[in-house]
Design a protein around this ligand. Structure first.
Ligand code: SF4
Length: 515
């Protein structure tokens, strides 16, 4: 069986970083970890070809070669995913789809022949059996959540490693919390399931042997969901990292209660965790309680962020506007919070009801969901009728986004943040590659010569060089992100304003219902 594994295109988003990736000569931030894990679970005598549409085109010879096309992706990739299903069907191919988008919205991908839903450890064997007995269609679901201890090492060998800025690995699935808007707990449940330390280290050993060095994203949605197991992993990882000379720097996502656990933070720093993404959502306590994010209400958020920052791990955070009952000027409060804490990368979005979440079901019951077929990302208007005027929320959102990524505000914020960031540990000095020298020259040219903020750029850079030389590389990476954010804030403004104008022109009846 010749199988084409196809990863759909991501639209421009907060995380797409095209301009920054161009500086480092990469085509995409992350590889398709889900698809290469699927590849490892298929019969290994099948012939497999991976096409990541984010780094290459799909050619006619790819289509001609394939007997079966497997497509997997997230809701943000839905436009290209639907386009590729139809391209494959037009060419008479058998098509199977899976992954988070297909699992939460199976009715939208029904044109595929096979729907491999939920987690592949259970449903892929059903699909393989069906194909081997000659079936031409089927829907495979699982009510159980599988242990991930038997999940094989993803087929990293199928990747073009040079095309990616980060490699990715996964240690756990699931999260113990119950945020109302979150689809992770719908997809993976509230009982975090972890791999064994040996398993994860074998995956790292595999990418190490393939020659990867540098950034590794631990893609767990909440890496510290099972603190006991994560500490067991980190204790072994620490030894492995030391033996190998610290070949990787990790990024991950975690809940804010990380700040309560000194031992855990220390272990993470010793293992070279450089950045951690926290779902802060909003500084408004009422909104946090209403959305069931109680873990963010237990300790002052600014103190938690400062505590993590002092360990030397850079905090990134997610913010949301548009919660029910939210008071006016929520956008201002978020900007104030980000400025106060100095968080360099604040991912900011309007609240969206993701399919099958608790929020989605509540809004459906209340008749407040809007029929939206749009992609869901930072440039999409809310897909439900909020409790305050949508035009006020959208205006606050665009204004706050604009201010957060104003070049002067951003350069000053990252500078202030780096002045309080704890000392980096395990920095291994290495001879810079040509890729790094090229990226640095381009950055200095763009921000140190061409940009209006060049004087500020040099003034801050010299201070960082003097006071935090060990953090210089990470600091320069943040400067490089500005190339993306400056362009992206225009896109956010333009697209939200356009959608708002269309929305106002056809104001739905539902709005008057909610008031
Ligand atoms: S903490 Fe994060 S992953 Fe966990 S339920 Fe809340 S939003 Fe989802």
């Amino acid at each position: 069986m010749r199988v084409l594994l196809l990863y759909p295109l991501f639209p421009k988003s907060f995380w797409s970083f095209e301009k920054t990736l161009a500086l480092v000569d990469c085509k995409a931030l992350l590889p398709p970890l889900g698809l290469i894990t699927v590849a490892a679970m298929l019969p290994q005598e099948w012939e497999l070809k991976l096409v990541d549409h984010n780094i290459q085109e799909i050619t006619e010879s790819d289509w001609d070669w394939a007997e079966l096309v497997i497509i997997s992706g997230m809701i943000v990739q839905k436009e290209d995913m639907l386009a590729q299903i139809s391209a494959a069907k037009q060419r008479g191919k058998l098509v199977a789809v899976g992954g988070p988008y297909a699992t939460t919205s199976p009715q939208e991908v029904e044109s595929a022949d096979f729907l491999i839903l939920d987690e592949g450890e259970i449903t892929l064997p059903m699909f393989i059996k069906a194909i081997e007995q000659g079936d031409r269609s089927g829907v495979f679901r699982a009510t159980e959540k599988p242990a991930v201890t038997e999940t094989p090492i993803p087929r990293y060998d199928l990747l073009d490693l040079n095309a990616y800025d980060n490699m990715s690995v996964q240690f756990s699935r699931g999260c113990p919390f119950q945020c109302e808007f979150c689809d992770i707990i719908v997809l993976y449940g509230r009982k975090p399931r972890t791999k064994t330390p040996e398993q994860l280290i074998a995956e790292l050993e595999c990418i190490y042997d393939l020659g990867w060095r540098g950034a590794v994203f631990m893609v767990d949605d909440n890496f510290i969901g099972n603190k006991r197991n994560v500490k067991l992993l980190l204790k072994e990882l620490k030894v492995w990292m030391e033996e190998k000379g610290y070949p990787f720097g990790f990024t991950t996502e975690a809940s804010v209660d990380l700040a309560k656990d000194d031992e855990l933070m220390e272990l993470m720093v010793e293992c070279n965790f450089k950045k951690v993404f926290l779902g802060i959502e909003t500084p408004d306590q009422d909104s946090l309680a209403l959305t069931n994010k109680f873990q963010n209400t237990r300790d002052p958020l600014t103190e938690s962020i400062d505590k993590i920052t002092r360990t030397g791990m850079q905090v990134m955070a997610g913010f949301i506007i548009g919660f029910d009952g939210e008071k006016a000027h929520a956008g201002d409060r978020i900007v104030q919070f980000v400025e106060q804490t100095g968080i360099p990368m604040a991912m900011f979005s309007m609240l969206q009801a993701l399919p099958s979440t608790a929020l989605w079901h509540r809004l459906e019951k209340e008749g407040r969901l809007l029929n939206s077929s749009a992609n869901i990302n930072q440039t999409t208007l809310m897909n439900f009728v909020p409790t305050r005027a949508i035009e006020d929320i959208a205006t606050e959102y665009v204004d706050a986004f604009w201010r957060l990524y104003d070049p002067t505000a951003y350069l000053n914020r990252i500078f202030r943040y780096y002045m309080k960031l704890g000392e980096a540990k395990n920095v291994v000095s290495k001879r810079p590659s040509w890729k790094t020298i090229r990226a640095l020259s381009l950055l200095l040219w763009k921000q140190g010569v061409l940009a209006q903020t060049r004087w500020l750029f040099w003034r801050n850079l010299i201070q960082v060089l003097i006071k935090k030389p060990r953090q210089l590389e990470m600091y320069l990476t943040l400067c490089a992100y500005l190339e993306h954010f400056v362009e992206y804030r225009f896109i956010v403004k333009q697209q939200i304003n356009l959608q708002l104008a269309n929305y106002m022109a056809s104001k739905p009846k539902a709005e008057s219902m909610v008031g």
